[in-house]
Design a protein around this ligand. Structure first.
Ligand SMILES: [Zn+2]
Length: 469
């Protein structure tokens, strides 16, 4: 490790150029740039972790340190996942939580999650990230809000570094247990002083505010029904002191609205405004039941929304008014949400579901395939308050994925491969590059040997489930 650091320093000191990568001959390359160009026989020229040139193959340099031939492939910017609880990939399809709505679902799962360990957090984060990476995601946030038995956000961060994913690690928290009128059992809540102290430690240890940051820390109390007003306010003050983003759950379903009206005498959007939880540095998960006044507030303040269509369907929470939000100017990104309320963390599948669900709710013109892709790339970047990811253009991070258009699931759709990616059955990627590093090659993860990880994951999941029996 020391030698590697020294070598990099020497290369910089002597003015050598960075490692270069040439991507060429993509059947179609989707840029998501200002003109939304889609280039036939497209390619990229990359230096180190950033894109230097985008164009048709003939316009790009002929050679580089590494060359990726994308013949037969669609290339798109890496997808951005704005909401997840990766530890929940240990508790998929739990029988007691299969058929409940949000509050009943949570109550059944809290007692299982109370037995999580640091190893479980690390392994489940690796598994969840592998699933995301193989389905086109290159940047993900994760909202970890339960820290039993010595678990720490550091366990997730170590996993992200190992697998090579761009990561927004959200320090979640719960402080209002059942004895104080909250939903979670008292055994899984933390003191507010401890929460704020640990959040500050994490920001100071890990947060990278620089362009092309691979790791950012987010301040993220779990939800208005599991923390106090004070913690919401103090979290906002802490986040703004350090210039980091804020994230929580908001207006997820009708019970959530009823709780907010009864407990706080306000709608969730009014409560958020009252606490200082609006602005370009804030994004809220779900917002299925955000009312017109809330949509106006979010649009005026640039407050973001993580839309999670599969989770909203799984828990019968409703259909988020995404079309209305976007027309009003609210930044909207996509989220797979936790694996216990979606059971799948397939980003391309989530893009497809976003399109289908808007159409069920609001008609066939409620969302196009290209709009769904835009939400999952540029939309997600904006929600995470970044301008260096979500598009393939000079100066942007070198984050892209490719899909092999010669698979049976794309047969017959070659006239429009971009729409095919969203309309046809969800595909796995064949290539994923993050910050100029190849993380998936020929459909296989290059950074982690997945077999033993999944084996361990399944063994831990079994013991976790049995521990709550
Ligand atoms: Zn969630």
């Amino acid at each position: 490790m020391t030698m590697q650091t020294h070598a990099t320093g020497t290369a910089r000191a002597t003015g050598q150029r960075g490692k270069t990568m040439l991507v060429r001959h993509a059947d179609v390359l989707v840029t998501m740039d200002g003109e939304r160009r889609e280039l036939r026989d497209g390619g990229l020229y990359i230096e180190d972790n950033r894109i230097v040139a985008v164009g048709r193959t003939a316009e790009l340099p002929d050679t580089a340190d590494e060359i990726l031939d994308m013949t037969g492939h669609l290339v798109i910017p890496g997808l951005v996942n704005t909401h997840h609880h990766m530890y929940q990939s240990l508790t998929r399809a739990i029988p007691e939580a299969q058929n409940a709505e949000l509050f009943g679902w949570l109550t059944n799962l809290y007692k299982v999650w109370a037995n999580l360990t640091p190893e479980m957090i690390g392994i489940s984060t690796l598994t969840a990230m592998a699933e995301l990476l193989l389905s086109g995601c290159t940047t993900s946030s994760d909202h970890l809000y339960i820290y039993p038995n010595g678990s720490r956000l550091d366990d997730s961060i170590a996993a992200a570094r190992r697998i090579g994913m761009r990561f927004h690690a959200s320090r979640g928290s719960m402080s209002v247990g059942q004895k104080d009128g909250g939903l979670p059992p008292d055994s899984v809540v933390e003191s507010e002083a401890d929460i704020l102290k640990d959040t500050q430690r994490l920001i100071e240890t890990y947060h990278d505010e620089g362009r092309y940051a691979m790791l950012r820390v987010v301040v993220a109390p779990c939800s208005p029904f599991s923390v106090s007003h004070d913690l919401m306010r103090e979290s906002a003050a802490l986040a703004r002191h350090y210039g980091v983003s804020l994230h929580t759950h908001l207006a997820e379903n009708v019970n959530d609205i009823a709780y907010s009206r009864e407990k706080f005498g306000m709608t969730p959007a009014e409560y958020a405004e009252n606490l200082g939880w609006v602005g370009r540095d804030v994004w809220h998960a779900h917002c299925v039941q955000l009312d017109d006044a809330g949509i106006g507030l979010f649009a005026r303040t640039g407050t973001g929304v993580a839309h999670c269509p599969c989770s909203n369907m799984r828990l019968a929470s409703g259909i988020a008014p995404v079309k209305k939000m976007r027309l009003a100017g609210v930044p909207v990104g996509l989220g797979v949400d936790g694996s216990a309320s979606n059971d799948g963390a397939q980003m391309v599948a989530e893009v497809r579901q976003a399109l289908l669900l808007q159409r069920v709710g609001f008609g066939p013109d409620a969302m196009t395939a290209r709009e769904a892709l835009e939400i999952a790339t540029l939309g997600g970047a904006k929600v995470l308050n970044r301008d260096d990811i979500g598009a393939l253009a000079p100066g942007m991070a070198a984050d892209f994925v490719s899909f092999d258009l010669r698979q049976p699931l794309f047969a017959g759709a070659q006239h429009d491969p971009v729409a095919a990616l969203v309309f046809c059955a969800p595909s796995q990627v064949s290539t994923s590059v993050i910050g100029g590093k190849v993380v998936v090659k020929d459909g296989v993860l290059t950074t982690v040997d997945l077999g033993p990880v999944i084996e361990r994951h399944n063994s831990l999941a079994k013991s976790l489930y049995e521990s709550a029996a």
